[in-house]
Design a protein around this ligand. Structure first.
Ligand SMILES: Cc1cc2nc3c(=O)[nH]c(=O)nc-3n(C[C@H](O)[C@H](O)[C@H](O)COP(=O)(O)O)c2cc1C
Length: 364
């Protein structure tokens, strides 16, 4: 029976353990959207993870929707990300790049020329957007014309090629958390009547075309996809998430993606039954799960075959050597609490200054 330290074959690579680092936006990129100077150190400190999934990284200028988030679409981005991947590889780590387009969660303040953000349909998500000049009410996005959609698919292809040039080990399509691919997928955010809307087949088309574009660069054995069937933003509603996600998971299996990263429900609402285990029989690659795991729960999931690996988010912010702590101390591993006030600030505080456990540290 596998445990968290049984190596996991993932396409042509083998992960040294099943304790993965979840994608974590840290808002510390440079003004040109290159990853910041501390990013190589930050990621290499966490190279003990079986796989690092990078912070969400924008595929084009229009894809941005949060302050100082990185991109992967210019030569400067490639040069800067190369420093990150080199540092991770020098520390014997593996790193995938999470490819991101926020769609309607953007704001004119992030858009070239102050344009409206784009989305499948002109439906305002509500709430506020954290713009560089403070919180502002979200806007109603502009619905994409059918003929514009291939351009965005091309942006995914271009970003995937930049990720390849940057030395990543693979890429993860961000299909979760209410962003653009999920906005197309869910019938609460997609009311289109063209071939990208209406039936489940049509609503799935955007995500699958994006996945295929990325696969055309990397091959399916280096491409994963993240999904959040139970939703992370309540507004991105779907009338039948079980049917929707059963379909997309099957279709992604048909494309042969190397893993599906299926998040567990976060809250205790009526979607709490949409666990990763529900979709397990439909996944033909590896299944990574995430959200609110600790050592015991992760071990049980891997042992019982409910998932092949578990990604840890917040715990990886404050415990750069999380996998090593689990390996040394199991359930008694001391876990440093994370400071939410430095999740999205600047500089090293709360970023690169969480220490690894000293060799003589006692268990919890
Ligand atoms: C500071 C922060 C940034 C995050 N950024 C991303 C991101 O860029 N992409 C993504 O898919 N999820 C993102 N998430 C969600 C995490 O990957 C993860 O799903 C969540 O933290 C739950 O896992 P945990 O309980 O292990 O922290 C973020 C979460 C936090 C706390």
């Amino acid at each position: 029976m596998p445990d968290l330290f049984t190596p996991l074959p993932l396409g042509p690579i083998t992960l040294k353990n099943r304790v993965l680092m979840a994608p974590l936006t840290r808002c510390r990129a440079q003004p040109d959207a290159s990853p910041g100077d501390l990013a190589p150190l930050y990621y290499s400190q966490r190279a003990g993870a079986g796989l690092i999934i990078s912070e969400a990284t924008c595929i084009a200028p229009e894809a941005h929707g949060y302050p100082t988030t990185p991109g992967i679409y210019t030569p400067a981005h490639v040069t800067a990300w190369r420093r990150v991947t080199d540092a991770v590889h020098a520390a014997d780590g593996r790193i995938f790049c999470q490819l991101w387009h926020v769609g309607r969660y953007s704001h004119p303040d992030f858009q070239p020329g102050g344009a409206l953000p784009v989305a499948p349909s002109a439906i305002n998500p509500g709430g506020t957007c954290r713009t560089p000049s403070g919180p502002k009410p979200r806007v109603t996005p502009r619905a994409l014309d059918t003929h514009e959609i291939p351009e965005i698919i091309d942006q995914y292809r271009h970003a995937a090629a930049c990720a390849l040039d940057s030395g990543f080990d693979g890429v993860e399509l961000h299909g979760a958390n209410g962003y653009l691919p999920e906005q197309f997928l869910r019938d609460g955010t997609n009311t289109r009547t063209d071939r990208y809307g209406g039936s489940l087949l049509n609503r799935s088309r955007f995500m699958l075309e994006a996945a295929e574009a990325i696969i055309s660069i990397w091959g399916n054995h280096r491409v994963g996809v993240r999904l959040s069937p139970a939703g992370a933003h309540g507004e991105a509603d779907d009338s039948n998430p079980l049917a929707t996600y059963s379909h997309i998971v099957k279709e992604l299996s048909r494309l042969g993606v190397v893993y599906q990263h299926i998040m567990e429900p976060w809250g205790d609402d009526d979607l709490k039954d949409l666990t990763a285990a529900v979709f397990r029989p439909l996944v033909n690659g590896a299944l990574i799960t995430n959200a609110n795991f600790n050592y015991e729960k992760a071990t049980a999931y891997v042992r019982d075959g409910l998932a092949d690996a578990v990604a840890f988010g917040k715990a990886y912010i404050s415990n750069p050597d999380l996998a090593e702590r689990f390996q040394r101390f199991g359930k008694d591993a001391p876990i440093t609490p994370w400071d939410t006030s430095t999740f999205y600030t600047t500089g090293e505080r709360g970023y690169t200054d969480y220490p690894a456990l000293p060799p003589d540290a006692p268990p919890r």
